[in-house]
Ligand binder design. Structure first.
Ligand code: IMP
Ligand code: MG
Length: 177
């Protein structure tokens, strides 16, 4: 079987430069003593780079994880989200920065934001590597966005297709034949 051709959308250098800029913006924001919460699994590479750039900006964060799975329906906007693995930290009264790979319809991050607000977080901000703006069906926007992403299925830099391709150091999309 021949390997699929992958178009590189955001290469290593572009991602690295952009993540550094996001870290600067987060460090200069009014987030106070934030708990950074990567939404697993797709965000793990982005989050790993982001927290080290935050350190370079002398901006300490605590990190805890939540693992979510969204089940889309025909219309996607009516899908449901399940907590597969919950956080350990209490978010009461805290500033939380949710970190995810892709803001797509917004179902997953709207669920996560509402869950943490219900649990008593003081505020919940969002940092996403990729924003598929035209796909949005939920009322949610990210506070920190790496790149606006075309409406294509992307892989790499932690983002998978059936658990594969997460190891690619760039974000790519399968070439349309
Ligand atoms: P949403 O709930 O529709 O916003 O979907 C967000 C999640 O769907 C992302 O965090 C990804 O895990 C997944 N997702 C959305 N688009 C893609 C893609 O192009 N490739 C791989 N996963 C995707
Ligand atoms: Mg995800």
């Amino acid at each position: 079987m021949t390997e699929p051709t992958i178009d590189v959308l955001f290469d290593e250098e572009a991602i690295s430069a952009r993540v550094r800029i996001l870290a600067k913006a987060i460090a200069e924001s009014d987030l106070k003593d934030p708990l950074l919460v990567p939404v697993l699994t797709g965000s793990f590479v982005f989050a790993a780079d982001l927290i080290r750039d935050l350190h370079r900006e002398a901006f300490p964060v605590e990190v805890d994880f939540i693992r979510l799975r969204s089940y889309g329906t025909g219309t996607e906007s009516q899908g449901s989200v399940k907590v597969l693995c919950d956080m350990d930290q209490d978010v009461t009264g805290r500033d939380v920065l949710l970190v995810d790979d892709i803001l797509d319809t917004g179902l997953t991050l709207a669920f996560a934001r509402d869950l943490l607000l219900e649990r008593g977080a003081r505020r919940v901000c969002l940092a996403v590597l990729l924003d598929k703006v035209e796909r949005r069906t939920h009322d949610i926007e990210a506070d920190f966005v790496g790149f606006e992403c075309p409406n294509r299925f992307v892989i790499g830099y932690g983002i998978d297709k059936a658990f594969a391709y997460r190891e690619l150091p760039y974000v790519g999309a399968f070439a349309e034949s």
